[in-house]
Design a protein around this ligand. Structure first.
Ligand SMILES: [Zn+2]
Length: 360
């Protein structure tokens, strides 16, 4: 497996629907969903390079062992690094942003020679990765947006608006051109170089996200680093030490199936699943709950699309939400490998990504 990191930058406005259009107003997400990247690359490969499409295992949603190409969500940057989800567990000072330690009720930082003493609050959503090392809330870079009013055109076939819209002007929120997001792609050695080669061709041929017929969706993808999974894990695991406890944080919704249902939570079945996944990749399945085994959980839903069902939403899948977290122990290489291999369904679309931080 190769781990590739880089930047995906908007060249035109971008729109990523959150599935909740309000009247004639279509809001955009503030990041690039991995599933839109997978959709773009998958469509391009299917049309032009069917052998490579098959080799990438892009038709597989439920069996990670059969997927050979994975895209992660393109989150905004902070200090040029891809941001991550804040752990639900943590509280940050309302005034100075410092992390409030677990057993404290108020901020103990000195501000202008005085104790800050403000209370803390939780932060949901993305934060700069520096928040962990500096123990202070660092916001991601802002994602500037525009609002455009469009007049509808009628035509047959697929349009970007839902079925409920009327023939009246509608309003599209879009991410401005020129905004960079962190790009992460994982690919088996057999397909990695070929996929890197077509990334921008696919972008120019297909576009990304909604309202592409209205000039949205052009991106530029640059891959700035490419290392093998072994190399990446060896380097990352040197940042962990055996015996210490870490916080495992979901960095995207996680879909864990149990038969026809999906299970919510970071419970025994979750640990069984991550350890099984690690073992399947040749790592020790030794991740266990830490001394404080109580998880912090948020719920999320993932809309499943079906090509068979006329390209419509065919199921709403409950998922454990990003920011959910739990204390864990494990060998450094297993902790580092978790970040690479992820867990659960639809991993090629960015789901099931995890991030491991020091105890905060
Ligand atoms: Zn403070």
């Amino acid at each position: 497996m190769q781990v590739m990191k880089g930047t995906i930058t908007s060249v035109s406005p971008l729109h990523f629907g959150n599935g909740r259009a309000r009247g004639t107003f279509s809001q955009t997400l503030s990041y690039v969903p991995g599933r839109t990247i997978r959709g773009m690359i998958g469509w391009y490969l299917y049309q032009n390079y069917r052998d490579l499409f098959d080799a990438c295992g892009l038709a597989e949603d439920h069996e990670p062992e059969k997927m050979h190409l994975f895209f992660r969500n393109g989150y905004p940057l902070s200090d040029k690094k891809r941001s991550v989800y804040a752990p639900l567990k943590s509280r940050w000072c309302k005034k100075c942003g410092s992390l409030i330690e677990n057993d404290e009720n108020e901020c103990t930082q000195m501000v202008d020679g005085r104790l800050c003493l403000q209370e803390g609050k939780k932060h949901t959503g993305l934060v700069g990765i520096k928040s962990f090392s500096e123990r202070k809330l660092v916001q991601p870079d802002p994602v500037p947006k525009r609002l455009e009013t469009k007049c509808p055109i009628t035509r047959d076939g697929h349009t970007s608006m839902g079925s409920g819209w009327q023939l009246s002007p509608y309003h599209v929120e879009g991410i401005e051109p020129g905004v960079p997001f962190g790009f992460v792609m994982l690919a088996e050695d057999t397909v990695a170089d070929d996929v890197v080669h077509i990334l921008n061709d696919a972008s120019y041929a297909c576009g990304l996200g909604g309202f592409r017929s209205r000039g949205y969706g052009l991106v530029d993808i640059s891959v700035d680093s490419q290392v093998s999974d072994d190399e990446h894990i060896a380097s990352r695991s040197s940042e962990f030490s055996k015996g210490d406890e870490y916080l495992l944080i979901l960095n995207a919704p996680c879909i864990l199936r149990s038969g026809a249902n999906s299970t919510i939570g970071l419970d025994r079945s979750f640990f069984e699943a991550i350890n099984k996944r690690l073992e399947s990749r040749g790592y020790k399945g030794d991740i266990a709950p830490g001394s404080d085994p109580s998880p912090y959980i948020t719920r999320s839903v993932v809309r499943g699309w079906s090509l068979k069902n006329g390209n419509m939403v065919d199921e709403i899948v409950p998922a454990t939400g990003p920011g959910s977290c739990i204390m864990v122990t494990g060998s450094p290489s297993s902790l580092a490998a978790l970040e690479v291999f992820g867990i659960g369904d639809m991993q090629s679309s960015g789901y099931g990504e995890m991030f491991v931080s020091g105890v905060i």
